[in-house]
Ligand binder design. Structure first.
Ligand SMILES: Cc1cc2nc3c(=O)[nH]c(=O)nc-3n(C[C@H](O)[C@H](O)[C@H](O)COP(=O)(O)OP(=O)(O)OC[C@H]3O[C@@H](n4cnc5c(N)ncnc54)[C@H](O)[C@@H]3O)c2cc1C
Length: 412
């Protein structure tokens, strides 16, 4: 029997496995995908320093390191339930039940869908699916595409599609509806993109973005935003166009669009059709946290982290004894941060297991500091208010610890 079961072989899970195994714990990693690496497998981008982030190589490095430490990594294993009985966690999967004293849930993130009429046509996919088809399965998703939804993930993947020689003709917004929310509001979209402006491909865009931090300036830019869009890496970003419907007989043939005003309302009589043979919908990411919920972990709603997130401490423990979380399940951030969190969770498990008692506190403290450091230097940040979100979770945790100690004093 393993000491630790890790659910998810992404950067958080593999880094957690390495930290545990380096301190003598027996670790099993379970992942439902065909190979380890999680979302790293789709990632390829150039950092502001000029260095390339090659997710496939990073996944191989982590996999080899974990394998050399005798971590048992099992792919094609899907976890559907998690419960504690007789002091052990029981992890139920399609390959039977695994038991261990400690469980690290590192299941990552999922994409928000934005329903649009015609979105069931062949050739329509989420932006993440386009990334997986292109970079993992090496399948060309189409020849002439439109991305609906303008967010950091869409731009990261636009770049990857371009590197693969796939032509994305334009990026437009979804139509305003209760389901599309802020993604359909041109000013909100511009605001969120400005936080990533340091990554803009041209010096002029980077320079221009500094002037748009003021509300009045942003409003001015949105009001006079060119109908043909502004080019990002050669692809026009059209913040004043919204997708009304994806059209086609047997498969995608185009997108029916209309002009929108600065608040996102459709301007009647402006409809036109953009031809396309594939469409990607980019709705953003949220933590994939169902397994923590079925285990009975309490949650907090923290929009800055991506939505409902399992309660956890800075050292990645949850209020449930023996249950830990790391990576995007705790809030949407990039791969390097997931790795730093995985290492922290692994060291936290080592501490609770009683292994390496002398040095572990210091290592754990350094690992927590390292998360902050990596976050400060992150090339990709999905939510500009992430630090705010992390502080909110820290306050929730401290409040919980205070309440618990008060009630145990009363009982005593
Ligand atoms: C579609 C998409 C695209 C992204 N693109 C980028 C990008 O380009 N750049 C970037 O920096 N970040 C990107 N991210 C963010 C990305 O999630 C982080 O960079 C990082 O991969 C998070 O690491 P993680 O270990 O938390 O989760 P992941 O890397 O997502 O790994 C989680 C693993 O858990 C497994 N899993 C989930 N549920 C179960 C279950 N029930 N049973 C068994 N296994 C399970 C999954 O198969 C997966 O392998 C993307 C995220 C998504 C969802």
């Amino acid at each position: 029997m393993s000491d630790v079961i890790i659910i998810g072989a992404g950067p958080a899970g593999l880094a957690g496995a390495i930290a545990c195994a380096e301190h003598g714990l027996h670790v099993t990693v379970l992942d439902e995908f065909i190979k380890p690496g999680g979302r790293l497998l789709g990632q390829l981008h150039q950092e502001p320093s000029g260095e390339w982030w090659n997710g496939i190589q990073e996944a191989e490095r982590l996999f080899n390191k974990a394998s050399n430490l005798a971590v048992d990594i099992r792919c094609g294993v899907s976890v559907f339930d998690l419960e504690k009985r007789d002091q052990l966690w029981h992890v139920h999967t399609n390959s039977g039940t695994f038991k261990a004293r400690f469980v690290l849930v590192a299941t990552g993130a999922a994409e928000y869908p934005i329903p649009i009429p015609g979105w069931t046509l062949p050739g329509v996919m989420s932006i993440g699916a386009a990334q997986v088809m292109t970079n993992v399965h090496r399948v060309q998703v189409g020849k002439k595409g439109v991305i609906i939804g303008a967010n950091i993930l869409a731009f990261a993947i636009l770049n990857e599609l371009q590197l693969a020689g796939i032509n994305v003709e334009r990026i437009i917004l979804p139509e305003k509806s209760p389901l599309s929310g802020k993604a359909a509001d041109p000013e909100e979209v511009l605001k969120s993109l400005l936080h990533a402006a340091h990554l803009a491909p041209s010096a002029m865009l980077r320079f221009g973005s500094r002037f748009m931090k003021q509300d009045w300036m942003r409003k001015l830019v949105i009001n006079f935003f060119p109908g043909g869009g502004m080019k990002i890496n050669g692809t026009p970003l059209q913040l004043r166009k919204a997708a009304l419907e994806i059209i086609g007989e047997e498969q995608v043939e185009g997108v029916r669009v209309a002009d929108i005003d600065a608040a996102g309302a459709v301007i009647p009589g402006t409809e036109t059709v953009y031809e396309a043979d594939f469409v990607c919908i980019a709705g953003g990411l949220y933590p994939l946290a169902e397994l923590a919920a079925v285990a009975g972990c309490p949650f907090h709603y923290v929009p800055e982290l991506g939505g409902h997130v399992p309660a956890h401490s800075e050292t990645m423990e949850t209020p449930l004894e023996g249950l830990f979380v790391a990576g995007n399940i705790t809030g949407i951030e990039s791969g390097k941060i997931a790795m730093a969190q995985g290492t922290t969770a692994g060291l936290s498990i080592v501490k609770h297991s009683g292994k390496a008692p002398g040095s572990i506190e210091q290592k754990l403290g350094q690992a927590v500091q390292n998360i902050v450091h990596v976050r400060q230097h992150a090339a990709i940040q999905f939510n500009p208010e992430i630090e705010n979100g992390r502080n909110k979770m820290k306050q929730h945790w401290e409040q919980q610890v205070k309440t618990n100690s008060l009630s145990s004093e009363k009982i005593g």
